[in-house]
Design a protein around this ligand. Structure first.
Ligand SMILES: [Zn+2]
Length: 148
């Protein structure tokens, strides 16, 4: 009887251990699955962010390219070459450079661009009694008569 009882207890202990192992196994498996899912979700999120980032960079590159073209267009002057004075050659002038050059695509002549700027007074004249003849030497355009 004692032996049977002992066997029963031993078997029960074994069963409990098996159950525990299988529960632990189940828990371990569930945890593994959860971890795998978290990793997959993370990778997906990362991929999504990467895709978004690449798209954003491409978008910014495109905007920058457009802006550069716009600036270049606004700073393009047209010149003629001695080889054909009827043909205008576009030259992008960079005012941040001390010197700008362009090369004639037809004959290869190289020209330095000389930039000169002057002003023409377009607003109404207001005489300052402290400065005599203050507008002497100032080129005056078609004057806007609207009072300042
Ligand atoms: Zn030329």
């Amino acid at each position: 009887m004692q032996k049977t009882y002992t066997n029963f207890v031993e078997n029960a202990k074994i069963e409990i251990e098996k159950t525990k192992v299988s529960l632990e196994e189940k828990y371990r498996k569930e945890t593994e699955l959860k971890v795998e899912k978290v990793i997959r979700d993370y990778e997906e999120a990362l991929k999504l962010e990467t895709d978004d980032l690449e798209e954003k960079v491409a978008q910014l590159d495109e905007q920058l390219g457009e802006k550069i073209q716009e600036i270049a267009a606004k700073n393009t002057m047209r010149f003629t070459c001695a080889c054909d004075r009827t043909k205008y050659i576009p030259c992008t002038v960079d005012l941040s450079e001390e010197e700008n050059y362009f090369t004639c695509p037809d004959c290869g002549a190289v020209y330095k661009v000389v930039i000169s700027a002057s002003t023409i007074l377009m607003s109404g004249i207001t005489n300052n009694p402290k400065i005599a003849n203050m507008y002497d030497g100032v080129e005056v355009g078609e004057i806007d008569r609207t009072p300042l």
